[in-house]
Design a protein around this ligand. Sequence first.
Ligand SMILES: [Mn+2]
Length: 355
Amino acid sequence: MKLDRLRKKLEREERLPLLVLDLVNIRYLTGFRGSSALLLLDGERSYFMTDSRYEEYARSILSGGMEFVLMRGPAVRTVARLVKRKRLARLFLEEHSTTLAQYSEFQKVLHPVKIQTGGSPVNELRIEKEPGEIELIRAAVALADRCFAHILSIVKAGMLEWDLSVEIEYFYRKNACRKTAFDSIVASGTGSSMPHYITSMTKKIENGDALLIDMGCEYEGYNSDLTRTIFINSIDEELRKIYGIVREAQERAIGAVRPGISCGALDSVARDTIGAAGYADAFGHSLGHGVGMEVHELPAVKSGGRTKLKNNTIITVEPGIYIPGKGGVRIEDVVLVTGGGSEILTKSSKDIHIV
Ligand SMILES: [Mn+2]
């Protein structure tokens, strides 16, 4: 089904034959989870290349329409043999996953075959999730919600940021995740004004702190992403006000999610709300991003973004306001675009938590 969708798209956009080098895209198209593979798609057939370490495994999972090609020596030589056998006159390479070194090598070894940039069609295809993918993302998101509830039940002043981040990782791994989606962010006090704070191994969470927690897991190859900002024992009055503004911006943006809206227009809904409250300069990052096999994938939900949301796209909506020296607030949900508008997959409450 995914391969059929891709082939139609490539035919329409005249980007065949295409060589897929991105292992995430190869996993998306074939289910292969190894660390070395290439996939060549042409008009009717596809060719899956991997080395002897993965031969038995690859043969066991490849579908009938795909020919197995054993990689011997450098990958580019295997591609060259295949290109010669198929008498291909040109080859499109995946743009985002081809290094300059690989590009030069392909040009040299495949000469006179024309090497062209093929864009990132598989990543574009991944914007529209299939039903099975949505179920796995739902499951990953549900684990993030459960993990957040667990963290709320144990967090207290005196704990190290690091210990809380280890609790997050332990919870996920104990609950069938191979890994976290990214290094969890546990940012206390003034650290919370840094949107991508590096969790400290020595800093203790203190009374009166804002505590920004950004956490996600990878479950069965699909990711979740959840941010909540909570407060330890008491809340600063400006941060309470900021929390209300961020929440309003976030909920307005979610209210605007529907098929057809551009990512730029959606970003503006949140950015204008924060700007009108006087905090335009305190919201520097983009509103969100797609979530799926990668925790950050297309579409980029950013200012000026022209990609339009489609039915079954899954994105984050995560505005924030950050005041250096004081603290920051970010609220992030994972949202599924539906025919009727949207469904918020993350269920953790956005009421102010003072714990
Ligand atoms: Mn995120």
